[in-house]
Design a protein around this ligand. Structure first.
Ligand code: ADP
Ligand code: MG
Length: 322
């Protein structure tokens, strides 16, 4: 896989990444990846170049913010007739202005395949003998990376700043009063519709949308899909062409890779505790390339990179709000 973007453009951007931004308006909430500014029922979401793994912010990656914001914008536009979303406008490559919603306190994880190595993943639990996951019965005899008979929703709680998301079942969400039953049913239906659409579109570009996470919110009684959609941070993609063969041989799938930096650190022995090792420029550049390739594969468009001063450009494009 290759991108048309010159490596020199990425290298030049190393000292010019968007770490964070002050807009001087609204109430600021700094998430792991995005700087949010709340003003008058609207939320300005600036996607920074920060990369997080192991629930820690590690460093910045050139153009990552633009990649994520533009992938989300692509999907929100494509799916708005199927499920209404929070987007008002996308005034800058790194920025989305959205309707402020009351988020439902659950993350809707949808899975089309049985995979994963972290403790909250389906394969991790299944391979250790568990046959019930988030209240859903999983049949015997499945192999790692096998396609599920139909996609399943395996929700998690939405952790506060610094916390870890926890697996939860539909029954617990409703009996615990986290979401009203009829609203939860609507959210489930919307999540499955989005996932089905995402899988179909991804297949057109030679990709498998393996699993993803949606967030929903409520604005004036209307349920909207919020946050981000089908990005490499919220989703797992595999290459379609090699799926069957690799699965048949019991080998690892070829991911559309977001895990490059994480794996570099894991190989250095870093698993989230203690000081973060120095991340060399070449690792950052390789990670940037992979994000850009993800953009180009997912959207089918060429990525438009430029080395302009990002905060200056953002303030300029957000003029009417500032
Ligand atoms: N339309 C919206 N209304 C309210 N909250 C939103 C909306 N869209 C996204 N959010 C929230 O904004 C935050 C986005 O920043 P992010 O860096 O993802 O933060 P976090 O570290 O909490 O995941 C998330 O907490 C997400 O739930
Ligand atoms: Mg988030």
């Amino acid at each position: 896989m290759k991108t048309m973007i010159e490596e020199s453009v990425i290298r030049k951007q190393l000292d010019n990444t968007l770490e964070s931004i002050e807009l001087g308006v609204g109430k600021k909430y700094e998430g792991k990846v995005r700087d949010n500014f709340l003003l008058n029922g609207k939320r300005i979401i600036v996607t920074s170049d920060r990369i997080s793994a192991f629930d820690r912010v590690l460093t910045t990656i050139p153009f990552k913010g633009q990649v994520l914001n533009q992938i989300s914008a692509f999907w929100f536009e494509k799916t708005k007739r199927i499920v209404p979303n929070h987007v008002i406008e996308v005034p800058d490559p790194n920025v989305m202005v959205v309707n402020e919603c009351k988020p439902y306190p659950v993350e809707m994880v949808v899975r089309g395949y049985i995979t994963g190595v972290t403790t909250t993943s389906l394969w991790y639990n299944y391979s250790r003998g568990s046959r019930t996951f988030c209240g859903i019965k999983i049949p015997d005899g499945l192999m790692k990376d096998q396609k599920l008979e139909h996609p399943i929703i395996t929700p998690t709680t939405k952790a506060e700043h610094g916390g870890h998301d926890m697996l939860i079942s539909r029954g617990e969400i409703i009996s615990g009063g986290l979401v009203e039953k009829h609203e939860y049913g609507e959210i489930e239906e919307k999540a499955l519709k989005l996932f089905e659409f995402g899988q179909k579109e991804a297949a057109k570009n030679g990709l498998i949308l393996v699993d993803t996470k949606y967030e929903f919110g409520n604005a004036d009684g209307k349920i909207l899909v919020i946050d981000e959609m089908h990005t490499p941070d919220s989703s797992r993609f595999w290459m379609q062409a090699s799926y069957e063969e690799l699965f048949g041989r019991g080998q690892e799938q070829r991911p559309l890779d977001k895990e490059y930096v994480r794996r570099y650190l894991a190989d250095k022995g870093f698993l989230g505790e203690g000081d973060i090792p120095e991340i060399p420029n070449d690792v950052k550049i390789e990670a940037a390339k992979r994000y850009i390739i993800a953009y180009e594969k997912i959207t089918g468009k060429q990525f438009a990179a430029d080395n302009s001063d990002i905060p200056g450009r953002i303030r300029n494009n957000l003029g009417k709000y500032l």
